[in-house]
Design a protein. Structure first.
Length: 213
């Protein structure tokens, strides 16, 4: 490929025109995408239509005030744990602390089981009362696939709940659970098939009960 040395330079008017176009494009991008995505400012409404304004929303987990509060609580708890450890066993350079890993609960450990039968197109709910911080190990199994919403509800609050796990088609699940607030916590299963389905659930932990509303 050869290079021609005598190519004419662009005129001043062409340079100004190109600069104007580039500036205009940058301004449009700033108004329609950058401002909605970064700062939630959406003067044209395009950012909301494209879902960009959601990017500017600060999640609770990244809220500096929330982080500072949790850090302060954890720090105080770890300090108290450090003093107990030092008094009981002396200082140990290899020891680290995480007081938040346990949540002491009073009351007996229970084992509860319950089975519900879901007719085609029907659903059922099973709940347990748990105090904030109380834990349980759970396992449920169905004779067919069901839609499931594992969730919790606060006392005296109607028509609102907090979902922990949602699946459109599942036949079994097991795991551990720590109640994030006082209230009822459990599952709603729905049979979307054409034959009846039995769902059996077992909970071992500090729940006060296991019941069908």
């Amino acid at each position: 490929m050869s290079i021609t040395a005598n190519q004419p330079l662009p005129s001043t008017s062409r340079l100004l025109r190109a600069t104007f176009i580039a500036t205009a494009v940058a301004a449009v991008l700033l108004i329609t995408t950058v401002l909605p995505a970064e700062y939630g400012v959406d003067p044209t409404g395009i950012g909301r239509t494209l879902g960009l304004t959601k990017l500017a929303e600060t999640p609770v987990d990244s809220d500096p005030v929330a982080i500072a509060t949790v850090t302060s609580i954890n720090s105080d708890a770890n300090q108290a744990l450090a003093e107990k450890a030092k008094a009981a066993f002396g200082e140990n350079n290899g020891q680290t602390l995480d007081a938040a890993a346990t949540s002491l609960t009073t009351g007996p450990i229970r084992t509860d089981t319950l089975t519900v039968t879901l007719a085609p197109g029907k659903g059922a709910e099973v709940k347990a009362h748990l105090k904030q911080g109380a834990g349980a190990v759970y396992r449920w199994k169905a004779t067919g696939e069901v839609a499931v919403d594992m969730h919790g509800e606060r006392p005296d609050v109607k028509g609102a709940w907090t979902s922990y796990s949602v699946e459109a088609a599942q036949s079994e699940a097991e795991g551990t659970f720590i109640a994030p607030f006082d209230g009822t916590h459990g599952w709603y299963w729905q049979n979307r098939g054409t034959a009846p389905v039995d769902v059996s659930v077992e909970v071992i932990g500090f729940q006060a009960d296991l019941y069908r509303p």
